[in-house]
Unconditional design. Structure first.
Length: 304
């Protein structure tokens, strides 16, 4: 794997393409806080503060402490200033696999601890890589064209639905997400987590943080789905090119799930957690090894 570039197909199918982030809409149950959650970085995509979200006990997540985003490889000096100043950043968690991280290394920041936790199961990486017939260099400047070559492949369409279940049921991934939660609890300053585009693997990390903080399922799902606002333009552009093609329905579903995020697949996987492990609360404690006492400490640290 490390000597080939088959991993690039995996990264493309999982991470999609980049667009600017947008803001979550107001709702009666969860009114928008005075400060926007979206962080408009210059070179970091899909950045948003977890602050302002309302937990089931009525408390809110504190601002300027917990941040999710796409990777930091293109972070500018201005972005670093925000992270070091506003967030007092001390910890970054990177959920990409080795080849992804090597191809686009995070920008290093003095005084920041980087933890690499590859939460995509190796079996899934292998299955995706097997779809690529070539072993030569892939032109990363035209990722969209490469993605479209595989949209109509039934195996890709099946794998799109299997991504989230693969992540949450893999024991190695579970161990890494547990390590991540303990890292969030132990952090001395601001915490940022990301994968490549900050939507799937980072999205599950956010779901686990919110669940541990006491969020309702609705809040967890809405936060996850918010990435679709970030990628709406790119998804629509690809869908527009597919609508009139034979077999477009399956291909469009892949675009919506892997360039954006699939709310349907996410909710189905939350149901799977309940069915297989009893509940999200039991999953956090038994599969991720994040105890009730640690959850209590997390709430005391990050809620007000």
């Amino acid at each position: 794997m490390k000597k080939t570039v088959n991993w690039m197909l995996t990264a493309i199918l999982i991470c999609g393409a980049s667009v600017f982030a947008a803001c979550t809409p107001d709702t009666a149950d969860n009114p928008a806080p005075a400060r926007q959650r979206v962080v408009n970085f210059e070179g970091i995509e899909n950045g948003r503060d977890m602050g302002g979200l309302v937990m089931q006990d009525g408390r809110r997540v504190r601002f300027d402490m917990l941040l999710r985003s796409a990777n930091l490889s293109t972070a500018t000096d201005a972005d670093v200033e925000i992270l070091k100043g506003r967030y007092r950043l001390t910890d970054v968690f990177d959920f990409r696999f080795d080849a992804e991280a090597a191809a686009a290394p995070d920008r290093e920041m003095e005084g920041v601890r980087y933890t690499h936790l590859s939460t995509l199961p190796m079996a899934f990486i292998g299955a995706m890589a097997s779809l690529s017939s070539g072993s030569g260099n892939i032109d990363t400047r035209d990722m969209g064209a490469l993605l479209k070559q595989h949209l109509f492949d039934p195996q890709v369409q099946a794998l799109a639905k299997q991504l989230y279940p693969a992540i949450v049921t893999d024991e190695t991934s579970q161990g890494y997400y547990g390590e991540f939660l303990r890292g969030v609890l132990a952090a001395e300053g601001g915490v940022l987590w990301h994968c490549s585009q900050g939507k799937d693997r980072a999205g599950w990390a956010s779901a686990f943080v919110l669940a541990a903080l006491g969020a309702s399922r609705e809040v967890i799902v809405d936060d996850f789905d918010m990435s679709n606002q970030s990628y709406a333009d790119k998804v629509e552009a690809l869908v527009a090119q597919l609508r009139d093609k034979e077999g477009a329905e399956g291909a469009i579903a892949v675009v919506q799930a892997l360039v954006g995020v699939s709310r349907e697949n996410f909710e189905a996987t939350l149901d799977l957690i309940d069915q297989k492990y009893g509940s999200m609360e039991q999953y956090l404690e038994n599969q991720l090894g994040f105890s009730k006492e640690e959850q209590r400490q997390l709430r005391a640290k990050y809620l007000n």
